[in-house]
Design a protein around this ligand. Structure first.
Ligand SMILES: C[S@@+](CC[C@H](N)C(=O)[O-])C[C@H]1O[C@@H](n2cnc3c(N)ncnc32)[C@H](O)[C@@H]1O
Length: 295
């Protein structure tokens, strides 16, 4: 594997994923009780949008840069969660420099730091590629998140259930072999849920191949796992041949009413992130938040 998130940092999928992550963390923290967060596919933690990798794809132009520009030039009210996400991004830019876009372990470490006086959050991150792990360790070693050179497939089930009894496992794999990856991830979620059925799990996935996604949904439905929420946003209709048509997240045991907040986030972001040349879509295809399995 030679996946480098530096080519994709700040793209539309990162915006949606990190806005949803911000809301998940906010709701977990609001209860005021200790919890555990594991970022099982961490990446390097901080990215520069003026790096050679980012310039090679310019994906952030159609992601975070589009959103920031929209907010600067529009009077449209911004949902609270998206505002919180943008405020946190501003903290990262102030702390490092204006070209920075933070990865998921930084968003998590920031929550641990800012909530330190009100709720005890224990955070850990796994990264399996040696050079990505070295970069992560170098960039975030001062922040309150334990960093491990570890494989999610072995590591997740080894560290759960956590002593805190509440918490979130974020799974954000590279999906280099879509069909195979989806199947292995279903097995991983089943094994993890068996060890810790009370935990929340958020699995990010790309929407490139509609059939692969629908097979994944069918397999998840058959697992017997309850409370599975789907959050999907498409920027191109499914039949348009682009690299990635949309972004999805499957959340097991989301916090109470998270579905309503997620809906507000996607409803706001979709028209902003949809490229101008993209054909129009039905609202259902543009974004949807729905229970794959409820109670
Ligand atoms: C999509 S990137 C992560 C991006 C990050 N979560 C974010 O939002 O900023 C996926 C990362 O997972 C790492 N990875 C791939 N397979 C892994 C595994 N089995 N266990 C842990 N990390 C893995 C890759 O090296 C890559 O850095």
């Amino acid at each position: 594997m030679n996946y480098k998130h530096a080519y994709h940092a700040g793209n539309f999928a990162d915006v949606v994923k990190h806005a949803l992550l911000t809301q998940l963390l906010y709701q977990l923290s609001s209860k005021g009780k200790p919890y555990y967060v594991l970022d099982a596919y961490a990446g390097r933690g901080l990215y520069k949008l003026n790096s050679d990798e980012a310039k090679a794809t310019r994906e952030a132009k159609a992601g975070i840069e589009l959103l920031v520009e929209h907010c600067a030039n529009s009077d449209q009210p911004i949902p609270k969660t998206v505002q919180r996400y943008l405020n946190t991004l501003a903290v990262a830019k102030e702390t490092y420099d204006k070209h920075v876009y933070p990865g998921s372990p930084w968003w998590i470490a920031h929550e641990v730091e800012t909530q330190a006086d009100t709720v005890a959050i224990r955070a850990e991150a796994f990264e399996s590629q040696a050079n990505e792990y070295d970069a992560l360790n170098y960039q975030l070693f001062k922040l309150p998140i334990g960093i491990h050179h570890r494989n999610a497939f072995e590591g997740i089930t080894a560290v759960i259930p956590p002593k805190e009894k509440r918490g979130l496992i974020l799974l954000d794999p590279p999906f280099e072999q879509e069909h195979k990856d989806f199947s292995r991830l279903v097995d991983l979620l089943v094994a993890s849920y068996k060890k810790w059925p009370q935990g929340s799990y958020a699995l990010w996935y790309p929407i490139k191949n509609k059939e692969a996604v629908s097979v994944f949904h069918k397999k998840m439905k058959r697992t017997g796992i309850k409370k599975q929420l789907i959050c999907e946003l498409n920027v191109y209709p499914n039949d348009v041949p682009v690299g990635m048509n949309g972004t999805g997240m499957l959340i097991i045991n989301p916090p109470w009413k998270f579905d309503n907040y997620a809906n507000d986030i996607l409803k706001y972001l979709q028209p902003i992130l949809k490229p101008k040349d993209a054909p129009s879509m039905s609202t259902e295809e543009a974004f949807n938040v729905r229970w794959l399995v409820s109670e």
